[in-house]
Design a protein around this ligand. Structure first.
Ligand code: FAD
Length: 365
């Protein structure tokens, strides 16, 4: 029977970030993942590294993590591109809210600037006429998420972490049981995203489907990650289905188009009616995109906790079991901070940000 300081269940970006940080701290680590590394929600994501300001706890975790991402900007395979985020105001009212947003971001150290109508069209000439201006966050970036998961795992393995390419079927009193009945002993971090309730049914998790479309190569049509200011209503609202304007220039010259959110569909199949709805929203803001060729459409599922914040901490009544899951549409951004928050608590250390808002005890029955 093998024994470890920490057994990490799940090899998405969150589990691999945990493996990376835990091994860096000198812990003996096992990571268990039956599929490709970063092949779950991580592979489906846009890879936008972004601070959203409408929830203080989410902003604190995003800001903490964005600072940690700075150590990875030179890793070639991540395709890190600091294109900046440009939030677009479609109405006078959206424009009027920008100074308050800038102040909330500034309070945690994120620099954002007000962009007037003239500057907006200078920065992004393809935007439709009639917009009111926007907010630019120049230091934000985009990455290729599955490559980050592989990179983090590779670093962990170089420090001695061991990979088991199978499933965990049960959490035991002393560790985990694998699909072939092998027992591993040690403390456990469950980082299985949408699949969390299979191992920890006391922690509710919903899967929120999203569609993405990618075009052929059209360099310089857009330069920033572009979002409508109403995006947060789609991301944080509880509507059964919603779409928002969210477009990303890939370093390849391709344009990645999002985003949709749906609770009611459990099928991974592409829904052409949802894609059409999403594209109509996009063409409203960027009419020129209607003429471009799309080469691929895919879907993925965002893991959504009971209150929209991730579960990061010890599982109540299971002293050797920890959890890091439920990051909805921000798990690429917040993976690095999440790993530190959980593992620093595991090691009995002070954490860099207040861990209370993410404590799983807030929802576990
Ligand atoms: C369409 C879409 C767009 C997105 N865009 C962005 C974005 O731009 N920016 C951003 O920050 N976030 C974005 N996200 C969110 C982000 O992708 C997720 O929050 C993040 O990937 C969650 O990572 P994870 O490691 O928790 O889950 P996953 O990547 O799903 O990993 C969980 C892993 O656990 C494994 N697993 C499950 N059960 C078991 C078991 N019993 N034993 C062992 N392993 C198991 C699975 O195989 C899987 O690999 C987006 C998501 C979607 C769907």
């Amino acid at each position: 029977m093998k024994s470890y300081d920490l057994i990490i269940v799940g090899g998405g970006i969150v589990g691999t970030a945990c493996a990376d940080y835990a091994s860096e701290q000198g812990l003996r680590v096992a990571i268990v993942e039956p599929g490709p590394i970063g092949g779950g929600a991580t592979a489906a994501a846009m890879g936008h590294l972004v601070a959203m300001d409408d929830d203080p706890a989410e902003l604190a975790l995003a800001n903490y993590s964005l600072n940690l991402w700075e150590a990875f900007t030179d890793v070639e395979q991540l395709e890190y591109s600091r294109c900046g985020t440009l939030w677009v105001a479609g109405s006078e009212a959206e424009f009027a809210h920008i100074p308050a947003k800038i102040a909330r971001l500034a309070a945690v150290g994120v620099h954002a600037e007000l962009i007037d109508r003239k500057q907006l069209y200078r920065l992004e000439p393809a935007l439709c006429p009639g917009l009111f201006g926007g907010m630019r966050v120049p230091r934000e970036a985009v990455v290729y998420p599955p490559a980050m998961a592989r990179h983090l795992l590779q670093r962990a393995r170089a420090r001695g972490a061991e990979l088991y390419d199978t499933r965990v079927t049960a959490i035991t009193n002393q560790g985990v049981q694998l699909a072939d009945q092998t027992q591993l002993h040690g403390s456990v971090i469950v980082a299985t995203g949408c699949a969390l309730p299979q191992l920890l049914p006391q922690l509710p998790m919903r899967a929120r489907k999203g569609h993405l479309v990618i075009t052929d190569r059209y360099p310089n049509v857009v330069r920033h990650q572009l979002l409508e200011l109403g995006y947060a209503d789609s991301a944080h609202g509880d509507a059964d289905s919603s779409v928002a304007f969210n477009v990303q220039p890939r370093p390849t010259g391709q344009i990645l188009i999002g985003s949709s959110r749906e609770y009611s569909s459990e099928s991974p199949d592409v829904s052409m009616s949802m894609v059409r709805r999403m594209l109509e929203r996009t063409f409203h803001y960027l009419p020129a995109l209607r003429q471009l060729d799309a080469i691929r459409i895919w879907t993925g599922f965002r893991p959504v906790s009971a209150d929209g914040l991730p579960y990061l901490g010890r599982v109540p009544d299971q002293s050797h079991v920890w959890v890091a899951a439920g990051h909805e549409g921000l798990g690429i951004t917040t993976s690095l901070g999440s790993a530190r928050l959980v593992i620093d608590q595991f090691l009995g250390r002070a954490t860099a940000i207040d861990p209370k808002p993410y404590d799983p005890a807030r929802v576990a029955a």
